[in-house]
Unconditional design. Structure first.
Length: 165
């Protein structure tokens, strides 16, 4: 999300079923988006890190990717739907939401049912593990780790320091 050439890259390892990830999404991300992503100073790279004790997280991650496979903007629309409806996660709702955001329903259903993106989600999980991620949300801002749903000012300090380098 954001300008690929931005000076700051925020990599987020997250789980759609994680309440702390939901809190970051609703309380902190909007301000980061407004101040840094929308202004071209930073970009956000979302990586899936579905925790094993969240039974809906894996398929939710696949749902976002299935939507994004149709059009890149549908990825972010599904991402937002999943976080805004954490208490309603489940395959029937993923299919309903895909249609609501404008995805081709039959293509989406086929993608989700086939597990087309299961290996890619697992690859993100493995990559996070290699980087030392053990819980969600976890962030790397130009490689600098931030763990947990920290308040906006924690992100702001690191981003500003990186912008001023």
């Amino acid at each position: 999300l954001g300008d690929k050439n931005a000076k700051v890259t925020i990599i987020e390892f997250s789980d759609y079923q994680c309440p702390f990830c939901g809190r970051f999404y609703s309380e902190t991300l909007p301000q980061i988006k407004k101040d840094y992503i929308d202004t071209g100073k930073a970009r956000l790279v979302y990586k899936d890190f579905p925790l094993s004790f969240h039974p809906n997280a894996q398929k939710a991650a696949e749902a976002a990717r299935c939507a994004g496979a149709q059009k890149s903007e549908l990825y972010w629309k599904m991402h937002d739907k999943l976080f805004e409806n954490q208490d309603k996660l489940g395959e029937e709702n993923y299919k309903k939401w895909a249609r609501e955001i404008g995805a081709n329903g039959a293509k989406f259903d086929s993608c989700l049912s086939s597990g087309e993106f299961a290996d890619e989600v697992k690859a993100d999980l493995d990559y996070g593990g290699e980087l030392g991620v053990s819980g969600t949300p976890a962030f790397f801002i130009n490689g600098i780790p931030i763990s947990g749903a920290q308040p906006y000012n924690v992100f702001e300090q690191v981003i500003e320091a990186e912008l001023n380098k």
